[in-house]
Write a protein that binds this ligand. Structure first.
Ligand SMILES: Cc1cc2nc3c(=O)[nH]c(=O)nc-3n(C[C@H](O)[C@H](O)[C@H](O)COP(=O)(O)OP(=O)(O)OC[C@H]3O[C@@H](n4cnc5c(N)ncnc54)[C@H](O)[C@@H]3O)c2cc1C
Length: 599
């Protein structure tokens, strides 16, 4: 089934729930006009639908063959990348100084969602290049910026992000790749990196590897690591490509999904060492990596939304066509004994769950993107600091919730297809396979939950999260004040979820350094997302109701989604609260239950 870019839904979520409209009105984005926002989304949607979506299946089937040191991308992909970069998409939110358009990250987020819906394996490459641009623009020396940023921003070269080694996954401090200073101020990099997305390919002439490595004076097992820029080809002073650097791809992984994206093992230093250039300060590489990662984590969250949207579109189309059994209360249709499966309440529930989870995750991601814009562009330091704290709080939620639901929604999509979902023909299985990596990479979702509980909740002594919960309460009151029967139990259920979140937050703030907090982190993140997603969907529904009053939009659909989420999904909040507060002891003390033999 073909993909239709949900431009209206994206624009609605952006404008009515994320805070984008007030940011626009306040002048955060200069004189950016709403028309331009709509135009960019429409054009990105067209590219996604017409150019990228048809490549998705091809990428899955063809993969990225690796022969004689050369990685070949699937047929048509190289040309699509060329056209995508030529249209300026890579530099949409990049600094104007380096050739970018400096448009809002929130708008970039809408585009990234569509490109990844159309073809997630393609979308991950540009996301990593954008992250590399971010790191270099913030931490690179003037000389590095001058040489590398214009070509990374234009997309003429692509970037990678290289942390992972066989013994160093979630625990970055275990990395062993070495870097030694040589006489001319460059560094000699030796070691091995694994799972490098787009580590080698034929999209661009040069590939700019951003590699974390350890200097000789950095003690093993510490996070005193440094970031190095290691180009595949060294660059001459006139900007032309020079000699090949001492870095090569050793192998390409055979994976469950995203077959079109080459995931590589990279070797550095076969011939004595690759030439690397320090980014930022020695032993302070983690600061640069966090700049890269914060953006990349949101972008991976958007991949979750993207795959959920595509799976939902496909399941809906299938459920309208496939006929089985006769739905109770179905009108007798002459000549047809059976009903479309969408008429069966259980299928309808699956489809509504898919749609509501997708919309909630989208709203969380866009709200996060707007806070990132505020943190970068706010007029004074106080505003920027508050926005930075809000973005820090929301980023792990956006990444983990959106990618978890990406997998869940893709799984439901497969279920809606019945047996036809389990065979490859319909494409539902590909969404399921592709979606599964997103909860793993860019920091597993378990690590995101721990980050939320141990680093983000304690920000400003708990004030940041306190202010946030107070804002959620505001939304609850606004829903209750409508007295509109179309909202059903939305106000009541949202109040319950916010109260659960408040109690669980207080409990965790009192013991965030304990094992118990680590044991409850996963359910707490889900609870946080239920409250946030429920409130943002309610904001959308309230806005739709207001606009419908003017006869400008169809309110019932958005109210129905917010209501379904509150009444059927957010109601899990009480259980999640119990899991955080009461379930932790049972996790910590249950080692015997995991013993090899139960007696
Ligand atoms: C397709 C693909 C592409 C990738 N692309 C890149 C890339 O471009 N660049 C790059 O650097 N890396 C990349 N990665 C690597 C990815 O980021 C890691 O796989 C991820 O960080 C997890 O590390 P690991 O696989 O070693 O798992 P492990 O760290 O071994 O984790 C295994 C399990 O244990 C849990 N766990 C580990 N430590 C803790 C802890 N302290 N507390 C609680 N739970 C814990 C994890 O949550 C996970 O469930 C990619 C991976 C894949 C699969």
């Amino acid at each position: 089934m073909t993909y239709r870019a949900p431009i209206a839904d994206i624009a609605f979520s952006l404008k009515h729930a994320s805070g984008f409209a007030s940011a626009l009105a306040e002048g955060l984005y200069g004189d950016l006009a709403e028309d331009l926002v709509d135009g960019v989304l429409a054009e990105a949607g067209r590219f996604a639908t017409d150019v990228l979506a048809p490549l998705n299946r091809i990428g899955d089937r063809y993969g990225t063959p690796f022969r004689d040191g050369i990685v070949t991308t699937p047929p048509g992909w190289k040309e699509a990348y060329r056209d995508w970069a030529a249209a300026g998409w890579n530099g949409l939110a990049a600094p104007a100084q380096w050739g970018g358009q400096e448009l809002p990250q929130a708008l970039n987020a809408g585009c990234i969602e569509m490109w990844n819906s159309a073809c997630m394996a393609f979308g991950i490459g540009p996301v990593l290049t954008m992250a590399a641009v971010d790191a270099l623009a913030h931490h690179g020396s003037d000389a590095l910026k001058r040489i590398y940023l214009p070509k990374l921003v234009s997309g003429e070269w692509m970037g990678t992000m290289e942390l992972t080694e066989p013994q160093a996954g979630s625990d970055v401090s275990a990395l062993r790749t070495k870097a030694e200073l040589v006489g001319d101020g460059t560094y000699r990099v030796t070691g091995q990196k694994i799972f490098v997305n787009f580590g080698e390919h034929d999209f661009t002439d040069n590939i700019i590897h951003l590699v974390l490595a350890r200097l000789p004076d950095s003690p093993p097992g510490t996070l005193d690591v440094s970031l190095f820029l290691v180009p595949k080809f060294l660059v001459n002073t006139d900007g032309s490509l020079g000699r090949r650097n001492d870095v090569r791809v050793h192998s390409v992984e055979h994976k469950l999904g995203i077959h079109g994206s080459p995931t590589c093992t990279m070797f550095y230093g076969d011939q004595g060492g690759a030439t690397g250039f320090l980014v930022g300060k020695e032993n302070r590489g983690m600061a640069c990596i966090f700049t890269m990662m914060n953006w990349a984590r949101l972008a991976v969250g958007l991949q979750g939304v993207a795959i959920a949207e595509r799976a939902t579109q496909q399941a809906l189309a299938y459920a309208r066509e496939r006929r089985q059994g006769r739905a109770s209360h179905a009108p007798a249709e002459p000549g047809l004994g059976s009903s479309p499966i969408i008429d069966h309440p259980d299928v309808k529930r699956m489809l509504l769950t898919m749609r509501a989870l997708t919309h909630a995750a989208r709203a969380i991601c866009y709200a996060t993107a707007v806070t990132i814009d505020r943190a970068n562009r706010g007029v004074d330091a106080t505003i920027r600091r508050a926005a930075h704290e809000r973005a820090s709080l929301l980023t792990p939620v956006a990444k983990a919730f959106a990618t978890d639901i990406g997998s869940e929604v893709a799984s439901l999509g497969l279920q809606v297809h019945g047996g036809m979902g389990y065979v490859e023909e319909t494409g539902a299985a590909q969404h399921y396979r592709d979606a599964r990596v997103a909860p793993i990479y860019e920091g597993t979702n378990g690590i995101q939950a721990i980050d939320l509980v141990t680093r983000k909740l304690p920000l400003s002594g708990g004030t940041a999260v306190g202010i946030y919960i107070a804002e959620l309460r505001h939304t609850v009151e606004a829903v209750k004040a409508t007295n509109d029967p179309a909202f059903g139990w939305t106000g009541v259920r949202l109040q319950e979820v916010v109260e659960s979140l408040e109690r669980a937050t207080q409990w965790l703030l009192a013991r965030w350094q304990d094992n118990a907090a680590l044991a409850g982190a996963g359910p707490y993140l889900r609870l946080f997302a239920a409250a946030t997603g429920g409130a943002l969907l309610a904001e959308e529904a309230l806005a739709a109701a207001r606009l419908a009053g003017d006869g400008r939009t169809a309110a019932p659909a958005r109210i129905a989604i917010a209501r379904f989420f509150a009444e059927n999904i957010a109601v899990q909040a009480r259980g999640l609260e119990h899991a955080v507060i009461e379930g932790a002891d049972g996790v910590i003390g249950a080692d015997a239950a995991l013993a090899d033999k139960l007696s």
